[in-house]
Structures are given as structure tokens and as C-alpha cells.
Design a binder for this molecule. Structure first.
Ligand SMILES: [Zn+2]
Length: 201
């Protein structure tokens, strides 16, 4: 069995995959929990662990893949931080999960993981290179160049959410103003819709 962990910022998902008759891995179960506003990294980690143990029912996983909703350094298995959940700063998440579940673990930020997924199994099948853009709690992006994730010198390539597009725009969680994320993420779209309705009820 292989497990997938997705730490999403507002929700956490754990999925289990098993080989089918043709030898391909197939989704067999999935658990999802909303992350309450007061949650911190330790809370989300504990919730993920509980979901994983529930799906494993005592088995040891062959491997675990982690997708993290925020800047992460895949080479070190390090979470830099979450812009939405406090307490994740500089966490060695990959090694922590590997120790706890006694298995090999790969980790990347959610946009890179999704870009790789689309390249292998989705809209990008057959394309050597692609840019994946995600619009959810935040805005992220991931590059696939010649079949591999392109991370760049600081492993933040494709992180387009905090590029400033309006210097006079709304303040952002990163400290700047008018980032792509503040003008285009799910929360921003809802906020702008509310403001428009207040102006013209
Ligand atoms: Zn920002």
C-alpha cells in the first residue's frame, strides 16, 4: 500500500493506493478533514497521522508521498513555512513521517506534486514540459521541464502566488501588497464578490 498526504491549508487529505490486477496503483480509500481556523502545524500533523493509521489498519506502507500547501524544499524534505497555518516553519516533515511510519517518503510542495501528477496521468500526458497553475486557498504553480520537476536555485520556481502585480493592491500574508494570490485566490475572489454585492446589492 502507498499513502498520499495532502496538507492543504484549510483541509487535510489522506489517500491509500493499492496495486490492482494489472499491477497499477489504484485509489482504494480516502479521508479528508477540514482544518479549523485555530489549527497549527502540530494539530494538522496529528490529524493526518490519525487518518493514515485508520487507513493502514496496522499495515506498514510501502511508501508515502507528501504534498505540502506552501513553500517546501524537496531536496531536504523541509517545509519552509505555511502562509495559512502557523507552526510549520522549518519543519523536517519528510524525515518525521519516515520515522513514524518506518517507510520511504517523498515530499514536495502541492503545485509541484500536482504538476507531476498532471504530466504523468492527466492533462499533460505526452507533453515533455508544462506549467501547472493551482487556484485554491492560495495560488501556486509548478514547472515540468523535459519530464522532471524544475525547482530552480532556491527550490521556489513556479511559486507565482507572491509575485506583485499591483503595488497598491490589498496587503498579503507575505508582507507585500497586491500579490497574485491576493487578487486571484479562492478567498480573494469571494472577498471581491462580497464587496461588489455591498456596492450594488
Ligand atoms: Zn504575497
Amino acid at each position: 500500500m502507498i499513502l498520499a498526504f495532502d496538507f492543504g491549508g484549510t483541509k487535510n487529505t489522506c489517500a491509500a493506493f493499492q496495486r490492482n490486477a494489472t499491477g497499477a496503483y489504484e485509489l482504494v480509500a480516502r479521508e479528508r478533514r477540514a482544518s479549523p481556523p485555530q489549527a497549527d502545524g502540530a494539530y494538522d500533523y496529528a490529524v493526518m497521522g490519525a487518518m493514515a493509521r485508520q487507513l493502514l489498519r496496522g499495515a506498514t506502507p510501502n511508501a508515502i508521498g507528501i504534498s505540502f500547501g506552501g513553500p517546501a524544499r524537496a531536496s531536504q524534505g523541509l517545509v519552509v513555512l505555511s502562509h495559512h497555518v502557523p507552526g510549520w516553519e522549518n519543519s523536517l516533515l519528510r524525515d518525521q513521517v519516515a520515522r513514524e511510519f518506518r517507510t520511504r517518503v517523498a515530499m514536495d510542495n502541492d503545485a509541484n506534486a500536482a504538476a507531476l501528477g498532471e504530466a504523468r496521468f492527466g492533462a499533460g500526458r505526452g507533453c515533455a514540459s508544462l506549467l501547472y497553475i493551482t487556484v485554491s486557498t492560495g495560488v501556486g504553480g509548478g514547472w515540468i521541464l523535459n519530464g522532471e520537476i524544475y525547482r530552480g536555485a532556491k527550490e521556489l520556481a513556479g511559486e507565482i502566488g507572491h509575485v506583485v502585480i499591483d503595488p497598491h493592491g490589498p496587503p498579503c500574508v507575505c508582507g507585500r501588497r497586491g500579490c497574485v494570490e491576493q487578487l486571484a485566490c479562492g478567498r480573494a475572489i469571494a472577498r471581491m464578490a462580497r464587496q461588489a454585492l455591498e456596492r450594488e446589492p
